[in-house]
Design a protein around this ligand. Structure first.
Ligand SMILES: C[S@@+](CC[C@H](N)C(=O)[O-])C[C@H]1O[C@@H](n2cnc3c(N)ncnc32)[C@H](O)[C@@H]1O
Length: 264
């Protein structure tokens, strides 16, 4: 087993679930196994790719916010025709180093920055997978992130987000509730907690691991050692997850910001 993965597992046993306080992002090798397991059939990517093709959307300077280990780049951005650069933005140094080690294309710019502060070229395609908003519960941060996204959007630009469908009732979210004591159903009352618009809701997918060793090292570290003891006699490798994609134009983002500022 990779040395870094062993360290991550030992830490999770000592400190509890790595998901707490975003510690899981410090382990890109571990995170990458999780990221590839999540929607491994690429249902969401296929929907977005179809949208781009159907609309004959000419993408300029795409920006992937919270790019993690680069799943969106691999599955989408490097496959479609793009004018200008591709910007991969993440605030975590370990993620950024991982991206730099693994991607060396001259039109890819890897930027270590926060979504609310990043400064890159204007774009007509800003996308985030499980990364916008960076904190679903922090309204001020969400507003600042939206403002920076608005600033970066060209007039024909869109913001696309991939994430949970926000019904919080799928099998995978049950793990969040059980091991992390999280329940968003009372706190998240609008899409992505800022009134974005669903392009497609209720996309049925799966989080699926290739083998029990991967399942245990990833979910055991992320959810804590209790997960491993609960699943020690189980050969379960996949969990149902229900996902959703939002899509908003620049004009719609402006309206969300204006409406919000009026009530603050
Ligand atoms: C849940 S992961 C998603 C990674 C990737 N998009 C994927 O789908 O596999 C969220 C990523 O966003 C990054 N992140 C968290 N807060 C951020 C912020 N405020 N600004 C930029 N990146 C952030 C984390 O470091 C992490 O890599």
């Amino acid at each position: 087993m990779n040395f870094k993965l062993v360290i991550a597992m030992v830490r999770s046993v000592k400190q509890g679930p790595l998901i707490v306080n975003g510690n899981w992002y410090n382990y890109p090798y571990l995170y990458d196994i999780f990221s590839r397991a999540e929607d491994y059939t690429e249902n969401c990517i296929n929907i977005i790719e179809k949208f781009v093709l159907d609309k004959n959307f000419k993408i300029i300077n795409p920006i992937d916010l919270g790019s993690g280990t680069g799943k969106l780049y691999d599955q989408l951005l490097k496959k479609i025709t793009v004018e200008g650069n591709i910007y991969l933005v993440d605030k975590n140094k370990n993620m950024v180093n991982y991206l730099k080690r693994n991607i060396s294309s001259s039109n890819v710019k890897i930027i270590e920055a926060e979504i609310e502060k990043v400064q890159v070229a204007k774009s007509n395609f800003i996308i985030a997978s499980f990364a916008f908003p960076s904190n679903l519960l922090d309204k001020n941060k969400i507003l600042n992130e939206l403002k920076n996204i608005y600033k970066h959007l060209l007039n024909d630009g869109v913001l696309i987000t991939i994430g949970w469908n926000e019904k919080w009732d799928d099998e995978f979210f049950e793990l969040w509730k059980k091991y992390l004591n999280v329940d968003y159903s009372k706190d998240i009352l609008m899409t992505r907690n800022c009134n974005l618009t669903w392009l497609k809701d209720d996309i049925n997918s799966k989080v699926k691991f290739s083998n029990i060793a991967d399942r245990n090292k990833v979910l055991g570290s992320f959810f804590g050692y209790k997960f491993i003891s609960d699943y020690k006699n189980s050969d379960k490798l996949e969990w149902n997850i229900r996902m959703g994609i939002t899509l908003n134009t620049k004009k719609e983002i402006k309206k969300i910001i204006d409406d919000w500022e009026m009530i603050l």
